[in-house]
Design a binder for this molecule. Sequence first.
Ligand SMILES: [Zn+2]
Ligand SMILES: [Zn+2]
Length: 263
Amino acid sequence: MQSQNLLRLSIEIFGSGLFFVAFSALIFWPLEEIFEGEGAARPKLKDLAYLWFYQSYGLWIAAGIVYEVAFLLRGLLPHSWSATVQHQPFWLQATAALLMAEIWVYTAHRLSHKSSFLWKFHSVHHTVTEMTWSASSRQHPVDFLFIIVGANLPALMLGIDLRSIGLLVLLERVYTVLLHSNLKLDWGWFSKVFASPSLHRVHHLPSGNDKNYAGILSLLDTLGNTYQPPAPHEVAKLAPNTIPGIWAEACEDAELGFKTDRS
Ligand SMILES: [Zn+2]
Ligand SMILES: [Zn+2]
């Protein structure tokens, strides 16, 4: 009976990833056809596999790690903290969860560009030189877990409403797909607060690697002096990045053709 339940759960997780890929394709594929940015990047099978895996089993692995670590660390916090948090209205808990997650995403992302050790993993994501929605999850597993576990751990430790954490994870995943989509889309002045596809495109340019780290709240880039608005000549073309590290050869083999001479 228990093995039947496990099999059912496994099939449901498998299906949830497929559903997310289909949902993203339904929204972003037509948008890219109508409001195409630069180049003619289209979904690659390998990227669709990344997207499916991280959105299904990847999320469950991350959730398991977050749950176990939060359970261990929660004992270090005064009980009154979680009691106070749980008495707050839902919107306040959700906003706090979003803020804590975004501060982690910004800090961890910035660190991943500064530390040669973390860059070995994060560089896999920077093999994306043609923006398209399906490339959003091209990540090394360590990079994926480093970002998502750290982003959601504080909220779970503090006992924030699980529904708001679930909504936040969904928002983060959909927003990541939007940021990587091949759309000439910017929010103007509002991009100083919320990241846009054009803003994240700058981050994938060699000249913009140290700018625009935020996942959703580009306000953190504005405050951290790493905000860089898109300039016409910078959005014109993404040049191949140079990547080092453990997956570099694999990336070269996988038709990407990148050099590995960054030190
Ligand atoms: Zn980056
Ligand atoms: Zn990216």
